[in-house]
Design a protein around this ligand. Structure first.
Ligand SMILES: Nc1ncnc2c1ncn2[C@@H]1O[C@H](COP(=O)(O)OP(=O)(O)OP(=O)(O)O)[C@@H](O)[C@H]1O
Ligand SMILES: [Mg+2]
Length: 108
């Protein structure tokens, strides 16, 4: 069972999304398999990870309304190609891809 990390604050604009993206990137760099779930209609975590909401066939929305399985909507992020370190070394050694994936928020 994976560990769920929530970054929550009632106050807007205090760095929740920025923290989620960077924490996810750091964990992926350490070789952890990361899934970042973007449920915010602003889609900032999605765009911040290099995913264009307009290109998404399936997003968190389709999962929430029961039109898609969660596994169908998961996509790789830019971190898969930009991160080095231990994650890259493990991947080269044939390990299961440890890099960050995301359940993105579409353009609506
Ligand atoms: N440590 C930081 N230092 C300076 N600026 C930061 C820092 N963390 C985030 N920011 C900036 O603050 C702004 C708001 O950050 P972010 O979008 O992560 O906040 P949020 O809490 O997710 O906002 P919202 O409530 O709208 O979802 C962004 O412009 C971001 O670049
Ligand atoms: Mg946010």
């Amino acid at each position: 069972m994976g560990r769920v990390i929530s970054i929550a604050s009632q106050k807007g604009g205090v760095g929740k999304t920025t923290t989620a993206i960077n924490l996810g990137a750091c964990l992926a760099q350490e070789g952890k398999r990361v899934l970042i779930v973007d449920i915010d209609p602003q889609g900032n975590a999605t765009s911040g990870l290099g995913v264009n909401g307009n290109d998404q066939r399936l997003s968190t929305y389709e999962v929430l309304i029961g039109h898609a399985e969660i596994t169908e909507a998961i996509m790789p992020t830019a971190l898969a190609t930009t991160l080095g370190g231990r994650g890259r070394a493990r991947r080269d050694a044939g390990a299961r891809d440890p890099t960050a994936h995301m359940l993105g928020q579409g353009a609506g």
